[in-house]
Design a protein around this ligand. Structure first.
Ligand SMILES: *Cc1c(COP(=O)(O)O)cnc(C)c1O
Length: 397
């Protein structure tokens, strides 16, 4: 690798050989654990590169151990895991799939591509997750209409666990399965110290490059029901039946994680707890340094669980602060600091203009005022100080 980076080819194709843009402070860049090269060498030495063999299996065992779920399938991405989840839950064209209004598009994108109709439910101001009370009301109304959703997909937003117990209780009443999108919540805990996603029929995790730990790209579908994971595994490997030739009763996908990516993920999982601690400390430093400024607030830690603080989200009330979050974002950008507005709610996205919804005002307000600040666990204290200085100067201006 080093010799390639030093080569004329690399010099010609890479804008910053071996590095990201040097001066810009990124929102959540990957943070190496140090053991990746060794793990990659072991994976290469095993003779397996394909999405099979000992390395993906070891990664899956480690994911199951970390999450406390009985079985897991490692995939090419969190989005692929969501897609497989929708398949094994039997989503059909015209089915409704319910998700919170405030989330990343990938939560529902695979279901929409399968012909399902998304319905967006508002979130709570406390934890920014799907509102369980609203969900219970909407389920009762849907039962009266005779059109219950095929699946409800709550989200652990920014690594803060949703109220999963209450959501599952509401869904159990009507026999509706829950798939928890815990893509950003590796290492986060719900009530009682249980890992994010635990208790749902299916849980989804992401190991994308910007998440709290990474496989350079990858995801997982996990469950306490090994039969569901076995079915997902079948679909992830092109739905090949057990014949000497390739026999297919349905069509599947090429969604299995490669041994190379699984090796990186395997080297990252042991530092997960340290990464959670670091991200929580970054959050605490932002709060300490900025909480005295008028018009600023933070996504609170509600009375349950432990957020992994994947991203620190600042709330900017323009009346109190004197400027809105977009002005602040531009000021940070001018200082070489990447920040990003909170998720734009899905019910406000042109792609879902016609989707049914329940409320959405809270999600919309959080989008208007929410700004994600650099939160990478590898961020130097001096770099975080730089972010804090810009915000403080801007507040005085
Ligand atoms: C990152 C993320 C995903 C998608 O995961 P990928 O691995 O990038 O496909 C889905 N949902 C949420 C909430 C996410 O944050």
């Amino acid at each position: 690798m080093a010799s390639f980076l030093a080569s004329p080819v690399a010099a010609a194709v890479l804008p910053f050989p071996g590095r990201l843009a040097p001066s810009r402070l990124a929102l959540s860049p990957p943070h190496l654990a140090g053991a990746e090269l060794e793990a990659l060498r072991a994976a290469l030495d095993s003779g397996w590169l394909a999405p099979a063999g000992p390395t993906p299996a070891a990664f899956e065992a480690a994911i199951a151990h970390t999450t406390g779920l009985a079985a897991s399938l490692a995939t090419t991405s969190g989005t692929a895991a969501l897609h497989l989840g929708y398949r094994v839950l039997g989503v059909q064209p015209g089915d409704e799939v319910w998700a919170p209004a405030l989330t990343f598009v990938a939560t529902v994108a695979p279901a929409v591509q399968m012909g399902a109709v998304p319905r967006f439910l508002d979130v709570t101001p406390a934890g920014w997750g799907m509102d369980p009370g609203l969900l219970a009301e909407e389920l009762a109304a849907a039962a009266r209409r005779g059109r219950l959703p095929r699946v409800v997909v709550p989200v652990d937003l920014y690594g803060q666990c949703c109220e999963l117990d209450a959501i599952i209780a509401a869904c159990d009443r009507w026999g509706v399965p829950v798939m928890c999108d815990s893509a950003a919540a590796m290492g986060a805990q719900q009530r009682g110290g249980r890992h994010a996603g635990h208790g749902a029929k299916l849980a989804v995790y992401s190991f994308n490059g910007n998440k709290i730990i990474t496989a350079a790209g990858g995801g997982a579908l996990a469950s306490d029901d090994p039969a569901l994971i076995a079915r997902a595994r079948h679909l992830a490997g092109q739905a090949k039946e057990a014949w000497p030739h390739y026999e297919h009763e349905t069509t599947g996908y090429a969604y299995g994680i490669s041994s190379v990516l699984a090796a990186i993920g395997l080297a990252q999982l042991p530092v997960l707890e340290a990464r959670v601690q670091r991200r929580r400390a970054i959050f605490a430093s932002y709060v300490e340094a900025l909480a005295d400024l008028p018009g600023l607030g933070f996504i609170a830690e509600p009375g349950w669980g432990r957020a992994n603080r994947w991203l620190t989200v600042l709330r900017v009330d323009p009346a109190g602060f004197g400027a809105d979050r977009e002005h602040l974002r531009r000021a940070l950008e001018a200082a070489g600091v990447e920040s990003r507005p909170a998720w734009k709610p899905l019910h406000l996205q042109p792609a879902f203009r016609d989707a049914p919804r329940a409320g959405g005002g809270i999600a919309a307000a959080l989008f208007e005022t929410g700004l994600c600040l650099p939160s990478g666990s590898g961020m130097a204290a001096a770099d975080q100080d730089r972010v804090i200085q810009v915000v403080r100067q801007y507040a005085r201006a």
